[in-house]
Design a protein around this ligand. Structure first.
Ligand code: UD2
Length: 327
């Protein structure tokens, strides 16, 4: 599956100026009429190609949403308040953005008879009761953010059943890549910043906790596949199937940046998930999803600032993988 398979469509990307959304917009733009709805609270206009139609507004503003969604074939719903800790501090406010507004998106999609690809999260599993965690595992989210993503994920699937709306929920594991920045951006961008500045690399806890880090270009790939699959009304794990410890990550980033930063240990994060790793067999089998960027290569490309080949080039499958470089 490549982005060329989605052609001549009118699509809306909510949160299209953000980290994941803007990479998706870039992949879609050459062959489609792309609209972005974003309030630029964390996204950046500079990430958007020129020929994109931008509606500046909140995802929870029905007028802005209506305007942005008029006549679209597909809505990629990425707008969210992504900070787990902010959701703990302000559960109602994050619920408004992550759930109330998501319901508006689903309702708007019904009006337009548009497919919805919704950004769900590994947060739906809470502390997973099996590893790797499959889509049928227990869902016991540990934060308001996780509860909101689980509700969105379930609403999306039930809308397929109840209203015959084409929906797909993608449960992202730990996403990383270019443009991920800011206080809620995740451990890879934090460690990279620390290593580059020669400051201590701060591991929270013993560093033996593990995560499944998935490159944003692979997340884009999954979105493009979700846009055309016949297997709607389903949720899919999107990760790599490989777990990496935070200690190993710190060492990898230190080596990749040739940094002299010391690696130090701080207190563990309260409520931290010990291990998280995706069983991606359903996405592989049903969507044809195949993660193409290994962690070392992904980090290397971030350090070098090299661009990954666009998703619609057949050569990407051959040229990306462990041991290859991007140039
Ligand atoms: C990820 C998602 C979050 C939610 C959650 C579900 C990101 C950025 N966040 O949170 O949205 O889906 O998964 O479980 O992908 N760490 C350090 N030092 C640092 C920063 C982090 O040791 O300076 C540790 C942290 O304690 C944790 C791990 O690195 O054990 C990953 O932290 P994170 O904030 O990148 O992501 P996570 O898994 O908490």
């Amino acid at each position: 599956m490549d982005s060329a398979a989605i052609r001549d469509r009118t699509v809306l990307v909510t949160g299209g100026a953000g980290f994941i959304g803007s990479h998706l917009v870039e992949a879609l733009t050459p062959h489609n009429d792309v609209r972005v709805l974003d309030n630029f609270s964390s996204g950046d206009r500079a990430y958007l190609p020129e020929d994109v139609t931008v509606v500046e507004g909140d995802i929870g503003d029905p007028i802005a949403l209506q305007q942005a969604a008029r006549g679209v074939d597909i809505i990629f719903h990425h707008a969210a308040m992504v900070s787990v800790s902010r959701s703990v501090d302000a559960p109602r406010q994050s619920n408004e953005t992550n759930l109330d507004a998501s319901l508006l998106v689903l309702e708007q999609a019904r009006q337009e008879d548009a497919r919805v690809v919704a950004a769900s999260s590994a947060a739906v599993y809470g502390h997973p009761d099996e590893l790797p965690v499959s889509e049928s595992a227990a869902t016991e989210p540990t934060s308001p953010y996780g509860i909101q993503k689980l509700a969105l994920d379930q609403y999306a699937r039930r809308y397929a059943e109840l209203y015959d709306l084409e929906t797909v929920a993608l449960r992202y594991f730990n996403a990383y890549g270019p443009r991920q920045q800011g206080p809620y951006s995740g451990v890879i961008s934090t460690f990279l910043e620390q290593a580059r500045a020669g400051e201590p690399i701060t591991i929270e806890g013993d560093g033996q906790q593990t995560r499944d880090f998935v490159h944003v270009s692979d997340i884009v790939q999954a979105n493009l596949q979700a846009a055309t699959t016949d297997a709607v009304g389903e949720a899919y794990n999107i990760g790599t199937g490989t777990r990496t410890s935070i200690e190993e990550l710190a060492e990898t980033i230190k080596a990749a940046t040739d940094s002299s930063s010391p690696i130090v240990h701080h207190d563990p994060r309260p409520g931290d998930i010990r291990h998280s790793g995706a069983d991606i067999s359903k996405a592989k089998r049903t969507l044809g999803f195949e993660p193409r960027v290994g962690l070392e290569n992904g980090i290397q490309s971030l350090v070098e600032g090299t661009r990954l080949p666009p998703a619609d080039t057949d050569a990407t499958v051959e040229s990306i993988g462990e041991g290859s470089t991007f140039s």
